[in-house]
Ligand binder design. Sequence first.
Ligand code: TXA
Ligand code: MG
Length: 317
Amino acid sequence: MARRLQPTLGEIGEAARALRQGKLVAFPTETVYGLGGDATSDRAVAAIFAAKGRPSFNPLIVHVSNIAEAARHAELPPKAQAVARAFWPGPLTMVLPRRRDCRISLLATAGLDSVAIRVPAHEIAQTLLTMTGLPLAAPSANPSGRLSPTSADHVLAELGDKAAFVIDGGPCRVGLESTVLSLLDDRPRILRPGAVTAEALSELLHDSVEVEGGTEDASAPRSPVRLLSHYAPSLPMRLDAAAAEPGEALLGFGPAAPQGALNLSPAGDLQEAASNLFAMLRRLDDPHYRAIAVMPVPESGLGIAINDRLRRAAAPR
Ligand code: TXA
Ligand code: MG
């Protein structure tokens, strides 16, 4: 069983040593917890895929501590540099061309000539990256196809036997996986919506940045992100529910939700709703119910990312 580490310099140092030895360490970021390993080691990366039961054609995100480190592995065209300066460190991943001399394991990038890179803002993730001095491949620390973990307890419950350590940084502030932005050609596209929104990116780039495809758009999967039904609890989900039907658990949103129901945000605050989403879905994912009914969340700002996760969770499996 993985040992839970406290985020002291001493214990993060212990995690850094384990990573340098090729072991796996789960650690917090501001989005969700990641299952990290040395991105330059085929053996460590293979262990991540095995731990998650993740198909090897679905590439991993590589975490680095700053823009200069990112530029050692990927090409950063001018638009990417602008995005990096505006949103790194933060809840944003960019898909960029792999540099020729890139030392990232080809397994991590699933043999593609692109690499997904993120500079996380979380202090523990930053300390760990600086202490290891390695790029860390870290997908969300959940078994493939399940909800991403937003606490150390979630990781211990589902992948506890797969990592050497889990660094406990408490609940994740954002609570949804990072925005994935593809910058492989002239037209930037969002492959996965997140806390850095299409509006914010469009404004920065003076260009309309769109969210690619949808869960039902099977014809447009440029990215492996789009190939997979994802983020699913065990129970079926019913969206845009006004109330619970018999046998259903209700997940509310806003002041109109009935008293006593779990509520993503009684005040109707999207940031609060995002940070509660996965933890509340886990709490309601109880075989005493036959389904989870979810009240509507507005389709704007961060609501776009929340609804993306809800639609995926509700997609036919
Ligand atoms: O917030 C996050 O992004 C978390 C934390 C731990 O950083 N990580 C995360 O990783 O969600 P993961 O592996 O669960 O999701 C990464 C997504 C995958 O759906 C993958 O298909 C996509 O990014 N991706 C990775 N490399 C790609 C590439 N070269 N081209 C297109 N999509 C890529
Ligand atoms: Mg994931």
